[in-house]
Ligand binder design. Structure first.
Ligand SMILES: [Zn+2]
Length: 192
């Protein structure tokens, strides 16, 4: 049996230990000798392996596969984006949760695949929970009701308006942007 001791919640960036004491485990990083939290969650000290890690704050009993969530894109990589979750099944969440939006199926593929931009940081997105493996809330927008529900112009910051199924336009500056839109994009107020 593993010797495990639970400690209070950590927020991203919190100092957890010094690297002389512990090895950085899951969801932590070593920053010049200090082990810090990469995500919000509870701190787990594995005294046998002298490893400190963070168990993400997602509570399995709160989120279920097939739930839908609405939140804001915080950062995006080629195949995934972090989403700060504000609503679960249309109701506000009062704690800090983040999910990982998979973009693999949306980022092109096929002949003459052009790189598309399904989401951008700052967008409000509605997503489906498709997996809770490893305590991570895995999200997808690969269905008509899921996707971006509100977005701001990358040039001037105004609200973008719907152009067609995948294009958004800015009335203010004429900028045209591309997203994977939810069917009801542009509805006000936003339907979480
Ligand atoms: Zn604009």
């Amino acid at each position: 049996m593993k010797e495990r001791k639970k400690a209070p919640l950590a927020l991203p960036g919190d100092k957890l230990a010094v690297s002389e004491e512990f090895l950085p485990g899951m969801h932590t990083y070593d920053a010049s000798g200090l082990i810090r939290a990469l995500r919000a969650g509870s701190v787990v000290r594995d005294m046998k392996n002298m490893e400190i890690s963070v168990q993400p704050a997602a509570e399995p009993e709160l989120f279920r596969v097939d739930d839908w969530v609405t939140g804001q894109v915080e950062g995006s990589q080629a195949n995934s984006a972090n989403v700060h979750i504000f609503f679960l099944n249309g109701k506000p969440t009062y704690k800090d949760f983040s999910g990982m939006l998979s973009l693999r199926s949306l980022s092109g593929g096929g002949r003459g695949a052009r790189r598309t931009t399904p989401v951008k940081p700052g967008d409000i997105v509605r997503c489906r929970v498709f997996s809770l493996v490893n305590g991570i809330i895995h999200l997808t927008i690969d269905e008509p009701d899921m996707g971006v529900v509100a977005a701001l112009c990358g040039s001037c910051g105004r609200h973008l308006l719907k152009g067609n199924a995948t294009k958004l336009k800015c009335d203010e500056c004429g900028n045209v942007e591309e997203r994977k839109l939810a069917r009801d994009f542009g509805t006000t107020p936003i339907e979480p």
